[in-house]
Every structure is written in structure tokens, then in C-alpha cells.
Design a protein around this ligand. Sequence first.
Ligand code: ADP
Ligand code: ADP
Length: 221
Amino acid sequence: MMRIILLGPPGAGKGTQAQFISKEYDIPQISTGDMLRAAIKEGSELGQQAQGIMNAGGLVSDDLIINLVKERITKPDCANGCIFDGFPRTIPQAQALAEADVAINHVIEISVPDDEIVKRLSGRRQHAGSGRVYHIDHNPPKQEGIDDVTGEALIQREDDKESTIRERLATYHQQTSTLVGFYQDQAKQGANANSAPDYDKFDGTQAIDTVKQQILTALKG
Ligand code: ADP
Ligand code: ADP
């Protein structure tokens, strides 16, 4: 069983690194952001509830997110584990995982300063169907504006404009960054127990491939 949490501000590179880990360990990436965007596209009730909040850079309610994730992890593809990308984002979300006895092996923090994130996210492009993520300079698709795998058009996310990015960063510092201490404490307290996760922090300003190598090495250790 390999369950991993990727923690870090919007744009730190969680989705990018989740894709590498997913391939290496053959476990699915569970991105609550991608799931919410899919719900918006479908026009479901969840999507309608989430859309305004996401465009304002806030957080969707813990109850909605917890139910979404609890259902997702019962799927057969999660039998050997999964990578949580963008979840948990609040202490109640983390507590819900613990209360459901969903043990975490490894928490990976990717750290990037705010100013770098604002620059970075304006160049992000995404393939809506799969969540595959590109950057116009740092990780360009083979053909501009086109997904490498499907040949479909890439999109720019509506919340990747500067004013919303600033809101999302504020939300991260107010509500999510507290999870750093939460999981570091768990790792310390349980250093001798099998149940506690390992905790590792990586400098997300390094090249994508450097971060990848460091994370894969840490996961093997
Ligand atoms: P990023 O990749 O930039 O960190 P995500 O795709 O993870 O962004 O999330 C996009 C938006 O979806 C968030 O700004 C938030 O509104 C909502 N969202 C995603 N995951 C969660 C979560 N675990 N709890 C609450 N809201 C969430
Ligand atoms: P998150 O899931 O944390 O929001 P993403 O993986 O979507 O972050 O990455 C945000 C943007 O930054 C994308 O355009 C991605 O291609 C790019 N990116 C990711 N990691 C790096 C890196 N180490 N250096 C430069 N750009 C990066």
C-alpha cells in the first residue's frame, strides 16, 4: 500500500509531480481540483456549488470534498494506494482521512515563494480531459496549444489570472499551510511507529526533472 499526500501552494508543481509518481508506482492521482472541474463541465449540482467559490479563489466546503474523496478511494484502482493532489486542504479534511483509517505513508511538501507562483501560473496550460499539465516555457507541449497524447486543445484555467492567484495564495496561507505543522508533528510523534507518515520537503523552484528525481529517491528510502 502506497498512499501519498502532495502538499504545497497552488502552482508548486503538485500535479506535475503526481503524474510522475503515478507512473512509477502505478497508483492513481486523486486531484480534487480536477474532479471539481469535471463536475462543473458536467453541470452537476456539485459543480454548480463549486464554480463560484473556485473562481473567487476560496475553498469548497469540507463536507462536499470529504464525501467526494471517500467515494473515490473505494474504487478498485485505489487498491494499492493513491496520490492525493490538492487534498487535504484544511485540518478537518485531514482529520476525516485519519478518522476513516486511511493511513498515509508519505507526505511530500513542495515549497515555492508566492512571487514565483504568480509568474508560473500565468504560463500554465492544461488538458481538461486528463488533467495533464504543461507550461508554455518550462514544460511546453510538442505542438503549441495541443495535448501531446490526445491531440486535443489545451485550456488556460479561469482561476489562473493574477488577481485570483493572489486570492488562492491568501487562502493557502490562511487555511492550508497549517497542514505542514499537522503532518510534521504526526511524523515526529510516530517516528518509531509504522502508522505515521514520512515527511519530506522539496524546493519546488528547481527544474521539474530535479524535483522529480529527489521525490522518487525519497519515496524509495
Ligand atoms: P491548484 O492546482 O492550483 O493548487 P486545484 O486544481 O487543486 O488548484 O484546485 C482548484 C480549486 O478547487 C481551489 O482553488 C479550490 O477552490 C477547489 N479545491 C480543490 N481541492 C479542494 C479541497 N481539497 N478543498 C476545498 N477546495 C478545493
Ligand atoms: P499545482 O498542481 O501544485 O498547482 P502544477 O503541477 O499544475 O502545480 O504546476 C503549475 C505550473 O508550473 C504548470 O504550468 C507546470 O508546468 C509548471 N511547473 C511545475 N513544476 C515546475 C518547476 N519545477 N519549474 C517550473 N515550472 C514548473
